[in-house]
Design a protein around this ligand. Structure first.
Ligand SMILES: [Zn+2]
Length: 142
């Protein structure tokens, strides 16, 4: 049963695999666990989302980065196609420099795929929604 972190209140929920596609709600606050868009990650919720059993794909970006801005709608579209099997989140590397530093982010956009707290894949450079989706699926193959 994968653990999934609520995008609104950061409570960790347990949802059976076969119920993932039934629009599950948070047991604490009632919010939809999947909202078809990336979660905004900060120092206060990053570790919870990264350590969930549901894979987390993080877009490390910054306001001044042109390619990051170009990729933003592609990343949103990828969230719609990858949920509910992968959580997508965005981390502003200017606002959250400690987290960016912890993962040694040197160029942006960089995407890192986490599973249960471990980094399982990393790629740099802007991608289209279908490239993002294909990359994630190639990384999570066992
Ligand atoms: Zn909640």
């Amino acid at each position: 049963m994968p653990t999934i972190v609520c995008p609104e209140c950061s409570t960790t929920n347990r949802v059976p695999e076969d119920r993932l596609a039934d629009d599950p709600k948070c047991g604490r606050c009632g919010a939809r666990l999947f909202q078809g868009k990336p979660v905004i990650l900060t120092a206060s919720n990053f570790d919870r989302h990264a350590s969930a059993e549901l894979p987390l794909l993080v877009d490390f970006w910054a306001e001044w980065c042109g390619p990051c801005k170009m990729m933003a709608p592609q990343f949103e579209a990828a969230a719609r196609s990858l949920e509910p099997h992968v959580r997508l989140g965005k981390l502003d590397t200017e606002a959250e420099q400690q987290i960016a530093g912890r993962y040694g982010i040197r160029s942006i956009p960089t995407m890192i795929l986490f599973k249960a707290g471990r980094e399982v894949g990393r790629t740099s450079g802007a991608m289209t929604a279908s490239q993002i989706t294909a990359w994630v699926r190639s990384q999570s193959r066992d």
